[in-house]
Design a protein around this ligand. Structure first.
Ligand SMILES: C[S@@+](CC[C@H](N)C(=O)[O-])C[C@H]1O[C@@H](n2cnc3c(N)ncnc32)[C@H](O)[C@@H]1O
Length: 288
């Protein structure tokens, strides 16, 4: 079996927030909808493996390496009660899909679909093949980096049926948008634009366009003026331009206190009742 070792201090927090939402979602909607779905587009293996390093004996007795297994999002979703009617796991890695297949066998009688491939392609295919009227779903977008295309978010929005928990990598954006604009590689520029669905980020995050001085010398050394706060706000504004409702995100930090991710909840259903319910549950969780 393939172990999936990932995460930092904020991973448990992230998963507990999503779990709290999934639980409140099925409790609130169970009596109104017969089709409640969960789609985990970056599903992993169902488990998170944490290796605690061995400690050599010194003044105190040493300890051996300890391997701890905690539930990942896939297992968490299958444990939700009342249960989702259908659960879809999407995952690129073959060995992780095998782990998900094994997880499926532990839940006989449940409708669990495992789709191997790129999440953007898998989401598009899934959304196209389904009539969304009368269905409600939650999708979890939990990529390592900047893998979710803006065009994928547009498709999710168009369902008017899916609430999306989206982990946005602030660290990824910060790294790709180098401090000195002349150092941004074309590939990285394209990746940011693909993720945000606009090239407007470059105007917003950098100082004025290159200046020509009195002697006609071009000063192209334009510096990024946007800090993490400004980058997060930009992402929030972009999501709010697409989804009827986007909640204030939860900032997730690493052990050193550096902001790494923002966890967003975006609601695709434009109905006042749906927004009211999702926002009430989501805000109580995000602000907790
Ligand atoms: C942060 S992990 C997800 C962890 C999972 N949510 C959990 O709690 O166990 C990201 C996962 O996405 C998978 N992945 C990476 N790129 C992908 C892509 N383009 N499409 C689908 N899956 C991808 C990785 O193999 C990895 O399992």
């Amino acid at each position: 079996m393939s172990d999936h070792e990932f995460g930092n201090v904020s991973t448990d927090l992230k998963l507990s927030l999503v779990e709290a939402y999934l639980s409140a979602f099925t409790i609130a909607l169970r009596s109104q909808f017969s089709d409640l779905w969960y789609i985990d587009a970056f599903a992993g293996t169902g488990e998170r493996v944490i290796k605690h390093k061995a400690i050599e004996a010194g003044l105190f007795p040493g300890t051996e390496e300890l391997i701890e297994r905690r539930r990942g999002s896939a297992k968490i979703a299958l444990d939700i009660k009342p249960a989702f009617d259908r659960v879809v796991f999407m995952e690129k890695k073959k060995t992780y899909c095998r782990a998900l297949e094994a997880l499926k066998t532990q839940h006989p009688g449940r409708q669990i679909d495992i789709v191997r491939g790129d999440a953007n392609d898998a989401i598009e295919a899934e959304i196209k093949s389904v009539k969304w009227a009368g269905k409600r779903g939650v999708m979890f977008l939990d990529p390592y980096g900047m893998a979710v295309n803006w065009s994928t978010l547009e498709k999710i929005r168009a369902t008017e049926a899916i609430d999306v928990w989206y982990l946005v990598s602030l660290a990824g954006l910060f790294r790709q948008a180098t401090r000195d604009r002349t150092k941004i590689e074309e590939k990285k520029r394209a990746a940011i634009t693909r993720m945000l669905g606009t090239d407007g980020w470059e105007r917003a995050w950098y100082d004025a366009p290159p200046k020509i001085d009195l002697f006609g010398v071009v000063d192209e050394n334009v510096q990024r003026i946007a800090d993490v706060e400004a980058i997060e706000t930009f992402v929030e504004q972009r999501l709010s331009s697409l989804f009827p409702k986007v909640l204030k995100p939860k900032r997730l930090k690493n052990a050193a206190g550096v902001p790494m991710f923002s966890l967003f909840l975006a609601i695709s259903n434009p109905g006042g009742k749906a927004i009211g319910l999702a926002a009430r549950i989501g805000n109580s969780i995000l602000k907790s």
